[in-house]
Every structure is written in C-alpha cells, then in structure tokens.
Design a protein around this ligand. Structure first.
Ligand SMILES: NC(=O)c1ccc[n+]([C@@H]2O[C@H](COP(=O)([O-])OP(=O)(O)OC[C@H]3O[C@@H](n4cnc5c(N)ncnc54)[C@H](O)[C@@H]3O)[C@@H](O)[C@H]2O)c1
Length: 344
C-alpha cells in the first residue's frame, strides 16, 4: 500500500513529538515541512533532505502531499484550512481546532463542504488507561457511574524553553489548551454529552499567565452523571496532581496518573485493585495510535475518530465555562449550541 505523503505545518514543541512518531510509522512519509520561523525550518532541514520546506503552506503544497498535520497555535489557522480544502488534503489538526467556537465551526463546515476528512489530535483517547476505564464501566465491575471528581493540578512554567509561549497571553489558557483534553475525555469515557455547566475561571495572585490559569466547574451530563472539575496550571507545587475518581453504584474507579495507574474498589475493599496496563511510552504510544487511525481514515478503511464535528461538542463546554463564569450562574449547553447554529 502506498504511504501517506504528510506535510507537517508548525515545527515547534508539539511537532518534535510528532516527527518521532511519524518516523516510526512505515505508512507515512514526510513530504513537506512548513513554518514561517527560519530557525524552526533550519533545525530540521538537514534531517529531511527529500521534503519540501517553506514558510508558507501554499508554497510547500506545490511539491505534492496527501495530508496535513497542523501543529500551529490554534489562533490564525484560516489560511491553512483554505489550502488544505483547495488541494483536497486530509487534515489532522492539533487541539483545540481554533481559539473560539465560531471559528472552529467554520473550519468544520469548510472541511465538510470540501469533502476533506478533519481529525483532531485528541491523543489521550488512545491511552490504554482510557480504553480500560471504558471497559471497566462496560463490564459493570463496580456498577454504573453516577458522579466524579477530576483534578489536574500542575505548576506549568510557561517560560521554559521547550514549551510554547502563546498560552502566556491567551485569555483562557487553561481551558483552551488543557481542559479541552479533560472535557473530551469525560465525554468519551462516559459516552455522554454535557447538558449544563456551572463554572468559575480565575487567576491566582502569583500567576505568570495573563489569562485565567484556574478552572473550577460542575458539569452535568445527559446520562445523569455529574463531574466536579478542578484544573490549574499554576498549582503551587511543582509536582503534577492528577486524580480522576468516578463513583459508581457499587464502588469507585480511580485513575491516579494522566498516563496510567488505574484502579477500582468495591465499597468495602480495603485497597484499590490495580488494573494491569500494557507497556507505554508517554506521549508516543498515544500519538502513534492516533496517527494510525488517521491513516486508516485517509485510506477509507475505517470510520473517522476524533472528528472536527465531534470536537465542537468539547469546545462548546469551554465556551459554556467562560459564559458561566462571567454571569455567575449555570449555563445550559443548549444555549451555546443554539448560538453556534445562528452564527454558522
Ligand atoms: N495533544 C497534545 O498533547 C499537545 C501537546 C502540546 C501542544 N499541543 C498543541 O499543538 C499545537 C502547537 O503547539 P506547540 O506547543 O507546538 O506550539 P509552538 O508555539 O511551540 O509551535 C508552533 C509553531 O507553529 C509555527 N507557526 C505559526 N504560524 C504558522 C503558520 N501560519 N504556518 C506554519 N507554521 C506556523 C510557529 O512558528 C511555531 O514554530 C497547539 O494547538 C497545541 O495546543 C498538543
């Protein structure tokens, strides 16, 4: 089978992981590399002598390509979407698809009108811990999920050299860059859609971010699940605090690390039962599975996963958090969807 000729757009932090993952996948070759920053291009030029390299996707695409991996910041992707749609290239876009819901909705509509597959890089869906959590719920090991607490407490020093810089000046960096993964996981794992969000976003006094680094939210889902969420990028201890505990009718399911450590307990158990998970390389195994799924979608051999259309539902949750925080009251997701339909 012919390999997919992939153009990587945006050669910053995230692209470095993707380049490793692509190199290990025989079904994908790098056809082009694109970044307006000459230093970013120069760093890679010697390693990819056969790839077309340029500042602008409209130039790079002239050398040919089947698909594009968008690793650019979420703001300002319109021109890239136009080129992909004109040239009928499948798109794998890093999350979040855009930095506001209306723009993301336009991208989804553009791709649908052009008949171009649009997949969003929601790599955490592909972790074994995520798949095993779904299996635990499906087998009813501890009964049916009813409510949960999801905490993600991180000291994220946004000035570190290996991290992107644009979140430092975003209005809602935690929500749009990080919580988007968590909200997507909730929808995916519980197989449910949100109906109501009551949220407060704010910034601690010591925050290095201009916008809000904290998100607190109570989220109600259409299967009667309620999730109590706390996320921060400015938690004041440089150790990641991750815990996702789901209360079920006969016990609990607890994930204690963002890449693994899954356990469950029935009500009277004295300890958690560890759920064995396959060997895993953080950031690599998950992205490799996502890329494999993207290739299958491009070949037409599997139904697309993580579609742009589906992603809009997670972006609606972000928008609902911002509106709820501003109003100081709960927001129905139906209101956000209605607004999106009017705007679209
Ligand atoms: N899924 C994950 O786990 C994960 C992890 C990190 C980042 N990301 C996402 O990846 C995306 C990129 O993040 P990053 O950390 O690599 O940011 P970054 O700032 O490190 O890199 C972005 C790169 O895009 C380039 N760029 C900007 N405009 C461009 C354009 N028009 N055409 C081509 N290149 C352009 C910049 O010059 C820069 O080199 C974001 O959407 C981010 O949320 C996802």
């Amino acid at each position: 089978m012919t390999a997919m000729r992939l153009i990587v757009v945006g050669l910053g932090a995230r692209a470095q992981t993707w380049l490793k993952v692509i190199a290990a996948n025989p079904d994908v070759t790098i056809a082009g590399l694109c970044d307006p920053d000459p230093a970013a291009r120069d760093r890679l030029a010697g390693q990819y002598p056969k790839a077309a390299i340029g500042a602008d996707l409209s130039e790079v695409v002239r050398a040919g390509g089947d698909a594009v991996l968008l690793c650019t910041p979420p703001a300002g992707r319109a021109a890239q979407f136009e080129v992909c749609c004109q040239h009928h290239m499948a798109i794998l876009a890093e999350k979040p698809l855009a930095d506001d819901l209306a723009t993301a909705g336009r991208y989804v509509a553009m791709a649908e009108a052009a008949g171009v597959p649009l997949i969003v890089g929601l790599n955490f869906r592909y972790l074994a811990v995520t798949q095993e959590t779904i299996r635990l719920f499906a087998t009813g090991t501890v009964g049916t999920p009813e409510f949960a607490r999801f905490t993600y407490e991180r000291w994220r020093d946004g000035t570190l050299g290996h991290l992107n810089k644009y979140p430092l000046t975003m209005e809602q960096p935690m929500l749009w860059e990080q919580s988007v993964h968590h909200f997507d996981l909730m929808r995916f794992v519980y197989g449910a859609e949100p109906v109501r969000v009551y949220a407060r976003t704010f910034n601690p006094s010591w925050s290095m971010y201009r916008g809000d680094a904290n998100v607190s939210a109570i989220i109600d889902f259409d299967n009667a699940m309620t999730v109590n969420y706390q996320g921060t990028w400015q938690g004041n201890w440089d150790r990641l605090g991750f815990e996702w505990r789901t209360e079920c009718t006969r016990g609990v399911v607890v994930q204690r690390d963002m890449f693994g450590r899954l356990g469950y307990a029935r009500r009277q158990d004295t300890e958690l039962h560890d759920v064995p998970l396959p060997a895993h390389v953080d950031w690599i195994t998950d992205a490799a599975a996502l890329l494999a799924s993207f290739v299958k979608t491009w070949r037409g051999s599997t139904a697309p996963q993580c579609t742009g259309h589906d992603h809009l539902r997670s972006l609606q949750m972000l928008e609902a958090c911002v509106i709820s925080s501003g109003r100081g009251e709960a927001v129905e997701l139906a209101e956000i969807r209605q607004d999106a339909i009017k705007a679209g």
